[in-house]
Design a protein around this ligand. Sequence first.
Ligand code: ADP
Ligand code: ZN
Length: 719
Amino acid sequence: MQSVSVLIPLALPGPYDYAVPDDMMLARGDFVRVPLGPRQVNGVVWGPGAGDVAPAKLKPVLARHRVPALRDPLMQFVDWVAAYVLAPPGLVLRQVMRVPAAFEPEKPVFGYRPTGTPPQRMTPARQRVLDVLKDTPPLPGPDLARLAGVSGSVIKGLHEAGSLAKTELATTGSERGPDPQMVGVALSPAQQEVAIALGTAVAAQTFGVHLLDGVTGSGKTEVYFEAISEALKKQRPALILLPEISLTAQFLARFERRFGSPPALWHSGLTPAERRRTWRAVAENRVQVLVGARSGLFLPWSDLGVIIVDEEHDGGFKQEDGVVYNARDMAIVRAQLTNCPVVLSSATPSLETFVNARQGRYKAHRLAARHGAAELPDIELVDMRTSPPQRGTWLVPQIGTAIEAAIERGEQALLFLNRRGYAPLTICRACGHRYACPNCDAWMVEHRFRRQLECHHCGHARPVPESCDACDAPDQLVACGPGVERIMEEVAARFPEARTAILSSDHMGGVAGIRETINQIAEGGADIIIGTQIVAKGHHFPKLSFVGVVDADLGLGNGDLRAAERTYQMLSQVAGRSGRETTGGRALLQTHMPDHPVLQALVSGDRDAFLEREAAAREQAGMPPYGRLGAIIVSATDQQEGLRFAQELARKTPSHDALRVLGPAPAPIARIRDRYRFRFLLKGTRQAPMQAFISQWLGGVQRRGSVRISVDIDPYTFL
Ligand code: ADP
Ligand code: ZN
């Protein structure tokens, strides 16, 4: 009897050894079922047993699942990510195995086909059902009902009448996939040049990082579609990572126009059945193109032809809970282990990527102009110190005039404010009481549509009180500052005839509602759009010609490492929604700091000069990408307990020439969800052995009580 080591998707220190029954053949990568204490769990054979325990004394593997084995590059990726982000490898493997039903035999799915016998009684609804089936293969009941626009009972009726018969559907059929022979748009010479370079890289089937750097509307998507087409021709699948996957209906429609059928999808909004089907399809190498969120990297690809990271600068690629990793960076590692090219696409590359490209580690491809006659919008500033809005309003007259002009031309205007709700702070006029969250060090945000005060950190909500909590005075609460709902109120008062739409993550209809609103806007169904950062992301609104930014300074105040860079990216993306198909796109930015380098860079359009200056400042300060950062966050339900632990950790800090430890300091939000938080920041040179240092450090202390420790390598948030 021999033994194998099995990695289990749980937070365990490493793989465990199990005995292999004599009648079982196992190889590295096989999915197996094993006992764990009183439970049975799924895991993956990670290698031969470590041999510390005689096989006779080990518990045996219970079963091998009939799923294609994990390929070596993915197993190496799991180990690599675990070592890099300092997470237990089992937790990283969990990203791969989040689809438990994937290992069970598939339940058969039934569909209906027409029998040719007409029903005794024909109704228009019944006729529609039969018409739908005229030129499609058999369909499952719900799909058939939807396509025919009838209820399920109509179909049942036809079945009982003998006009429909049930038939088992093939679940692993070879659906028609994207077609590489379909021809895309005629590319401009500049686009063509980049498309050829990317296509050649894909055809060569070797690793390399490509930066696709082109202004908004320059045709980056059209160009990387060519790279995908090349991968399809080589019969290697393509993975596209998008930051806001649930909001990409437009993208999917566009993909389908280009390739004749939609890509597979992977995001948190899928049903368990969809997740299962897609996971299996990837494992069985039946998926040619998949558009996914971060976790698409952990799908069981047997091979990859190219990975595209669209909007690579987007902070949404950083996963902040559980396994804390940056999908943009990990995509590069995944591509390297799989030996395929990776394309980072952006109009506003992150400073990390910009520097890597300038130093020649990444190959940069540039698209400097918008496609066709479209031009980049003019960006102007409004100095709020010298021309403030009228009392009680938030928009300067210039913005009002510009909105009016856009509507008159039959175009659209967008007002951008990256703040959800009605007002970020509520105070009592009588006693000055401010409404704070009971669980967090944060103010409660008023949401007027929902008539609630809400905490954006823990989700705590309460109805807007009628009298003050502190002094009991009735009707004295005042809202301070604007959120998108308040801007909406101003717009509605000022333009009562205009059709307005509001876009934020608070949408009443959830993700589906957001999607629908986006489609409506794209089709011209709104005159004025008010939105948070959701509107900044990649949407194509052909009629949009004016963008007003309510508070351009909002992201600059918090002083974190990337405040300037992020504000630049966000504002230039949002301004870039304007004038994509209209002439004379324009953006007006309300600011109290018109001389700020970020705002000056936006006005002059000299992105590279701005990035160079940022890069120089980071280099001087030894900050990323010229140095490395890590963070350790200690939290506890008891403040003293947390503090004492943090102090003990501080006393045991190892020393190293290339690394400095700052802290512990109370986190900027010192309490979230009733946990008190203390932060250490580690700062090192590029070569600093950050992970080894942290492992050694944390290995020397015993976690106790309610204390939790989380490690964040390359942190993006400093809260
Ligand atoms: P980006 O991804 O850089 O923002 P897109 O690929 O979305 O740019 O292109 C912007 C718009 O211009 C889209 O509607 C796209 O279809 C169109 N477009 C880009 N290049 C071409 C081309 N060569 N021929 C026709 N339309 C194009
Ligand atoms: Zn809270």
